[in-house]
Design a protein around this ligand. Structure first.
Ligand SMILES: Nc1ncnc2c1ncn2[C@@H]1O[C@H](COP(=O)(O)OP(=O)(O)OP(=O)(O)O)[C@@H](O)[C@H]1O
Length: 706
């Protein structure tokens, strides 16, 4: 066995030396009872040490009765009791006891992560059979990325930029063509406009797929922004979720080995070549560790960072160009670009994702019906993530759920409740809870996947949200408006009375509905989009993610249970919030009320005579005509200005047309001089027409802004 191990370690050392630089071989004295030998080697990203240990019981997991552990040397911390803790940097730890190794934090009975120095428990029976069972939903054969230029490792940065700009040019021409048709031919019915938008959206989806990961991810992000894009685009772009090609297993294996700095066979006892899922940024393979624990390995697409760098450089220029050009509306495109770039870079940092998963698991440690896969820190790096294998049935697979007799109504409530806890209590929420990221475990727990995109609601914002919630409850449009301004969801520009009226209408209609005619959150979202088209709303992306998440979950709720009611699930939370707010208020309010009453009483008694006197004077001045009231109705002033411009434009068109006719007539008669003069005149009038149209356009935009 020793010979076998030695040959394995030699073979390992020689294999690693091909890709990495072997820098040493030494016997470890740190734990002479268990550690047989230690190899140190340097990879591109980390310095690793391998410990070979003799197991007490040969049946325990490990290679030939030994456990093999990859320990980043820089992260080895010697403890006073002589046991090595690893990964202090990452916040989790593992140690070796009696020949069995543990390389990550473990979940305790109620789902929480045990402390970093927890002794190793043998893996639970359920997850330690030596072979991977068939996946719950069966392994799909995913389309391959071969043939896509972005997947070619020799794709030059110049060629990439040309491809990106060709796409932008094509998009610009399409938008210009549509706008010209609407503005000048003017014959498009609402239905025709919709169908044209659908065509453009479908073209956009195909182009995005051709352009690869960056654009696919941006497309997916845009599909959450129903405040920015029309419905047809949002619908088309959400289809990007399930149409991403996979890369070859050879590529995946090579990439994992380079990233983790060791051959696959040393790290995993089994590694399944066929990925169980492929997404825009990476794909997921199942594997088994040498100690028998089943895991999934999430591998990032090779070359993604380089592609992001090139694409985001170009996208920045595109955003700046959109911002300057009037064709793409008044949105803050540079701001939107910056938000997206931050999210994209965060999503390719798997260490960040792993930290998020750990935090999310901690937040739910006391809730037994939420499961978050454990992170295997020692098998993870910036671009490769090893997680506990937690299979489940996707939350929207009704047949599979029904076949197992799961209680769908309970699942629907749990999905919403878990989200309410994130938004209202922990403040750390999953920003992308689409059905692919939610599954149901055997005990009907909700399993969460993918922690790349998380949102945070700071205490400051939460307090304001609470105020907003309370003012909605009181149906006070003025307070709602003020709270929205405080939350920076509404810009306090110009005359906000129309915004207040919209909010009041919204509150009256929304809150006065009986439970059977209650609007769905999705419909409310659509109404909000309609309002934000005409008003100076600019929802911060945090809110759009929350709104999107709730409407997705609500949709899932209805699919799972036709009698599902969001309000019913949310009611106890709402009550809790109201109680909290009332408690907060009661103390301060009492003092404030007393003070206000005292002030009122004082001012009314002290200044009564002077007030009466002023009112009398005012009425007298009105009577005598000394006081003139001048009322300006800004909306009608603007409308009148627009009408004048349009009138002028009509006159210019008539003059221009007449001069054109005259020019043609004189030209036919051979008087070229007069003809040319008429053509020049016609040209000038046409320019004036164009200028007038521009002014009307500007007025329209201004109207929307205020
Ligand atoms: N720990 C796990 N156990 C079992 N299956 C998993 C696990 N993690 C991920 N999966 C499977 O892999 C799929 C993709 O995982 P994940 O969403 O984390 O990848 P992604 O690259 O971030 O995808 P996307 O960008 O589309 O969200 C999941 O929908 C799930 O089916």
């Amino acid at each position: 066995m020793a010979a076998l191990l030695a040959s394995q370690s030699c073979c390992y050392a020689s294999e690693t030396s091909r890709t990495t630089k072997a820098i040493g071989f030494s016997s470890s004295l740190e734990n002479p009872l268990t550690v047989e030998s230690t190899h140190s080697f340097l990879t591109k990203s980390k310095r690793f040490r391998i410990e070979m240990r003799q197991s007490e019981t040969p049946s325990k997991p490990g290679i030939n009765g030994r456990s093999v552990k990859m320990v980043p040397s820089s992260e080895v911390v010697k403890r006073k009791d002589g046991v090595n803790n690893v990964n202090k940097v990452n916040g989790s730890a593992g140690k070796v006891v009696n020949g069995s190794s543990l390389v990550t934090s473990r979940r305790n009975m109620n789902g929480s992560a045990a402390s970093s120095s927890t002794l190793v428990k043998p893996p639970t029976k359920q997850r330690t059979e030596s072979f991977l069972p068939p996946p719950v939903e069966g392994v799909r054969v995913l389309p391959s990325d071969e043939g896509f230029s972005w997947a070619d490792e020799n794709y030059s940065s110049f060629q990439r930029s040309v491809d990106v700009w060709s796409f932008v040019l094509a998009l610009r021409i399409r938008v210009l063509f549509d706008n010209a048709k609407w503005a000048y031919i003017g014959g498009f019915t609402e239905e025709k406009q919709k169908s044209r938008r659908r065509e453009t959206a479908s073209w956009l989806r195909e182009s995005v797929l051709q352009l690869g990961p960056t654009f696919i991810k941006l497309g997916q992000l845009s599909s959450t922004r129903s405040d920015l894009f029309p419905r047809e685009f949002v619908d088309e772009l959400s289809k990007l979720q399930d149409r991403v090609p996979a890369f070859s297993p050879e590529k995946a294996r090579r990439f994992i080995e380079t990233e983790l700095g060791a051959p696959i066979s040393v790290m995993y006892k089994e590694f399944e070549d066929q990925p169980i899922a492929a997404a825009s940024l990476g794909q997921v393979h199942r594997a088994v560790l040498h100690n028998g624990e089943k895991v999934v390995v999430k591998v990032q697409r090779p070359g993604l960072k380089k592609l992001f760098d090139i694409d985001l450089r170009n996208l920045k220029l595109i955003a700046e160009y959109f911002q300057k050009s009037e064709t793409f509306g008044t949105n803050d495109w540079v701001g939107i670009y910056e938000e997206c770039a931050t999210i994209l870079y965060q999503e390719i940092d798997y260490i960040n994702e792993a930290k998020n998963a750990d935090k999310f698991r901690r937040d739910f440690r006391n809730i037994s019906w939420v499961r978050v896969p454990l992170v295997y820190w020692d098998y993870s790096a910036m671009k490769v993530l090893t997680l506990e294998y937690v299979p489940g049935i996707k939350i929207n697979k009704l047949d599979a759920l029904a076949a197992r007799g799961y209680n769908r109504s309970r699942i629907a409530s749990r999905a919403i409740e878990a989200y309410l806890i994130q938004i209202l209590k922990t403040g750390f929420f999953h920003a992308d809870p689409h059905p692919g990221n939610l599954a149901i475990d055997v005990d009907e727990s909700i399993i969460y996947y993918d922690f790349g995109m998380m949102g945070e609601i700071k205490t400051f914002t939460r307090t304001r949200l609470l105020d907003l919630f309370y003012s909605v409850y009181e149906k006070d449009a003025k307070k709602v408006m003020q709270n929205l301004i405080d939350l920076e969801a509404l810009q306090p520009t110009g005359d906000l009375s129309s915004v207040r009226r919209s909010i009041q209408f919204f509150l009256d209609n929304l809150l006065s509905q009986s439970p059977d005619q209650q609007q769905t959150l999705a419909a409310i979202g659509e109404d909000l989009f309609a309002i934000s088209q005409d008003q100076p709303f600019r929802f911060p992306s945090t809110f759009t993610f929350v709104i999107r998440a709730f409407s997705t979950l609500e949709g899932i709720g209805y699919i799972l249970d036709p009698d599902f009611s969001f309000v019913k699930v949310a009611a106890p939370y709402a009550q809790e919030l109201l109680d909290l707010k009332q408690k907060q208020n009661s103390g301060t309010q009492l003092v404030q009320q007393i003070r206000k009453q005292a002030d009122d009483a004082r001012s009314s008694t002290l200044s009564m005579p002077s007030r009466v006197q002023r009112i009398e004077e005012f009425v007298k001045e009105l009577d005598s005509g000394d006081l003139k009231l001048r009322v300006r109705v800004l909306e009608s002033e603007r409308a009148a200005r627009k009408a004048t411009i349009l009138q002028m434009a009509t006159m210019y068109t008539v003059f221009g047309g007449t001069l054109l006719n005259i020019g043609v007539t004189f030209s036919n008669q051979g008087s070229q001089l007069v003809a040319n003069g008429s053509f020049v005149g016609a040209g000038i009038f046409m320019l004036l027409v164009l200028r007038s149209m521009q002014r009307v356009n500007k007025l329209d935009k201004f109207e929307k802004m205020i």
